[in-house]
Design a protein around this ligand. Sequence first.
Ligand SMILES: NC(=O)c1ccc[n+]([C@@H]2O[C@H](COP(=O)([O-])OP(=O)(O)OC[C@H]3O[C@@H](n4cnc5c(N)ncnc54)[C@H](OP(=O)(O)O)[C@@H]3O)[C@@H](O)[C@H]2O)c1
Length: 246
Amino acid sequence: MSVSGGQSVAEFLSSRPLVTLTFAQSLDGKIAGKEGKQLILSGKESMLMTHWMRTKHDAILVGIGTALNDDPQLNSRHIPEDERPSHLPRPVILDANLRLRPDCKLLKNYRERKGRRPWVICDADLTSNDIGRKSTLEDAGARVIGVPSVDGFIMIPDLLKVLYNLGIKTLMVEGGATIIGSFLAEPARTEPNAIIDTLIITIAPTLVGNDGIGYGEKLSATQIPSLKHIRTEVMGQDVVIVSALE
Ligand SMILES: NC(=O)c1ccc[n+]([C@@H]2O[C@H](COP(=O)([O-])OP(=O)(O)OC[C@H]3O[C@@H](n4cnc5c(N)ncnc54)[C@H](OP(=O)(O)O)[C@@H]3O)[C@@H](O)[C@H]2O)c1
């Protein structure tokens, strides 16, 4: 079976980063509030764990929905300064249509030398309208990288190979909802699972309700990857479950 570009699964596995998919959810499986309102679901202990994990990865990936909605910094600022490793992960934003705002915190932090240069992954086939937005983002500090897309969705296997060839050996994927769905659904097309190595979910003791945003609604039963439980930890009021994908 081939994954992308005619590669076998074995060849693909040796040419993509190790991938950790991680996010926080409520007891009723929501990762954001009504209309995507950002919710701080993690308590301070599990938030600290997330910031430590960031320092263990070469890059942190979020989708453009999260970048626009939350304006994240994707750094390790919750770790006390005297304990904070000097390594800063590379921010990567999946943004097929180059909708990222040039004044977002990720670009501002880079310009102020407080963060690494963000990589913006867009559709490899840019239209002439997109070229102007590309220049604007590059002027603001972004490195814009084209990767093939289908229906506006960047192809995850191609993305992983591009990142690996650019030196990213470990990738932490933090969301949001659509990105989580894409990474979880991908294994069904690349049997055996070839996309995610580790899934780390923080479960917070809170309910959000029907208005909230979940991530599993579009996963069909045949797409659900099989998980091998590795560890469960209680962190403050949260439960953190670590699984490997088989
Ligand atoms: N609880 C948590 O741990 C957590 C973590 C992160 C985010 N969030 C929440 O998640 C919400 C945002 O989720 P979201 O679904 O709106 O946005 P998202 O998943 O961050 O980004 C999705 C967008 O990324 C682009 N994209 C390009 N290639 C893609 C691919 N292969 N798969 C998926 N998307 C691709 C598409 O943009 P185009 O439409 O431009 O093509 C797509 O609409 C926010 O409310 C945020 O607060 C929660």
